[in-house]
Design a protein around this ligand. Structure first.
Ligand SMILES: C[S@@+](CC[C@H](N)C(=O)[O-])C[C@H]1O[C@@H](n2cnc3c(N)ncnc32)[C@H](O)[C@@H]1O
Length: 264
């Protein structure tokens, strides 16, 4: 996907909260993201958050409710429309492409650039490098990036395809430069980035402070219908997530991982 074409998500906007935000898997995965954000004092009231790919604004509302300043943006006009309708009117939501972030005046005043649940997987590695270079020029020493990204291997996905005898798909994330992922009937070009790729992308401008798996044992969201009927199994996986999901080395094997880095 080109860095400027996120309107492709317009068609997903109305259903997004039902299919992901309020799904049992979506809620369990987001809980893990917040668990890690808490570890770096993300929700401290002195932080000024600039959120990209905010979708329908669920995170923005949580952040706002905790008393932080938050500006929330997304490239899809429809996502922003839904966010404005569904969330507090006090939150500043507006349409913004990744390519416009570095030039944005409100971004310049922020201290943390936040991206949740794979928005940045819409960029190829080259595009992500360009994006990071631009934002590094604006962020100042001590500012943070907190990004949740889909890595190029996923243990639960591989296990699922093995059980289904779909052997060609077991390592599909790693075998292809990008995959077309169906988002409410529309194919979205998705690029998977390992934590090693991310460290390379961040280069010597940032120091990585934390990399942790998000959904090492929790399943990918396309398994929602199964886990909705098997909540006990999901509870067991949540327990396994708590037991083993703190090991940074496993970041490249979850459905997502979180990377938090500080501008040097
Ligand atoms: C999977 S959704 C994530 C939504 C939200 N962050 C959440 O936690 O549920 C990905 C979002 O990335 C946005 N996006 C994709 N490409 C973009 C781009 N080039 N510029 C800005 N936003 C983009 C989409 O519009 C979509 O809302």
């Amino acid at each position: 996907m080109s860095i400027n074409t996120s309107n492709i998500f317009d068609s997903a906007a109305e259903a997004y909260d039902n299919t992901f935000t309020h799904s049992v898997i979506g809620k369990a995965q987001r809980k893990r993201v917040y668990h890690w954000l808490n570890k770096v004092d993300f929700f401290n009231e002195k932080n000024k958050i600039f959120e990209i790919n905010c979708g329908t604004g669920f995170d923005a509302e949580q952040i706002h409710n905790k008393g932080l300043q938050i500006v929330a943006t997304d490239g899809s006009g429809k996502m922003i429309e839904v966010a404005k309708e569904a969330r507090s009117t006090e939150i500043d939501f507006f349409k913004l492409q990744f390519s416009e972030v570095a030039k944005d005046e409100k971004f310049k005043q922020s201290t943390i650039l936040f991206s949740n649940f794979g928005g940045l997987n819409c960029l190829s590695k080259t595009e992500l490098k360009g994006f990071t270079k631009d934002i590094a020029e604006v962020q100042t020493k001590g500012d943070l990036i907190a990004w949740v990204i889909m890595p190029d291997q996923c243990m639960m996905e591989s296990f699922y395809f093995l059980l289904k005898f779909k052997f060609k798909k077991v390592f599909r994330r790693k075998q292809n430069e990008s995959l077309k992922v169906n988002v409410d009937g529309v194919d979205v070009e998705t690029y998977y980035h390992s934590p090693y790729d991310l460290k390379e992308v961040l280069g010597d401008k940032y120091r990585v402070e934390l990399t942790k798996p998000v959904a090492l044992f929790l399943p990918p969201s396309y398994l929602e219908s199964f886990f909705k009927k098997n909540k006990f199994l999901l509870k067991v996986l949540e327990l396994l997530e708590k037991m083993f999901g703190w090991i940074s080395f496993y970041s490249n094997f979850g459905d997502h991982y979180i990377i938090i880095a500080r501008r040097l």
